[in-house]
Design a protein around this ligand. Structure first.
Ligand code: SF4
Length: 146
């Protein structure tokens, strides 16, 4: 079984601030599953580090008010292509990210306010039948795969 994973959760320094979101419990999944790392924002051509971005009115805007929707969509489609090529049916993704968020994203005001919603890549993956779990839902994913 293959699982698509936000690369930052595996320790890759691809986060906007050049750091990562390493989670040992997610790395440990590699003992049972083939993990397929993706970083849509890197795939979309954004630099590391980069300014943080948020979704506002169906666009993605960075902290300097520059529209980065094209880069986010580009990266999402590249992540989807990898999933389709490798026939991956499940993903575990970094909650709250404007690309990878599964249940929550920031509200577009850069004030730290969360709202229910999904990142650009999560939306595309789910629209194509890939079931997405947040990084806080490892147990739920394992139950689904049992
Ligand atoms: S785009 Fe996804 S994988 Fe890349 S740094 Fe952001 S949350 Fe992590």
């Amino acid at each position: 079984m293959k699982i698509l994973v936000s690369a930052c959760l595996l320790g890759e320094n691809c986060k906007y601030n050049g750091k990562n979101n390493f989670k040992q419990l997610i790395v440990d999944l590699a003992s049972k599953f083939e993990l397929v790392p993706i970083c849509p924002e890197s795939f979309g051509g954004l630099s590391i580090p980069r300014l943080p971005s948020e979704i506002a009115n169906d666009k993605v805007i960075n902290a300097s008010d520059i529209d980065v929707t094209f880069e986010f969509n580009n990266g999402a489609y590249k992540a989807l292509q990898i999933a389709l090529d490798k026939q991956v049916k499940y993903a575990i993704l970094k909650e709250k990210s404007p690309s990878c968020g599964v249940h929550y994203i920031y509200d577009g005001t850069f004030t730290g306010q969360l709202i229910p919603g999904q990142g650009i890549t999560t939306r595309l993956l789910e629209a194509n039948g890939i079931k997405c779990f947040a990084d806080t839902e490892i147990d739920k994913l394992l139950k689904e795969l049992a």
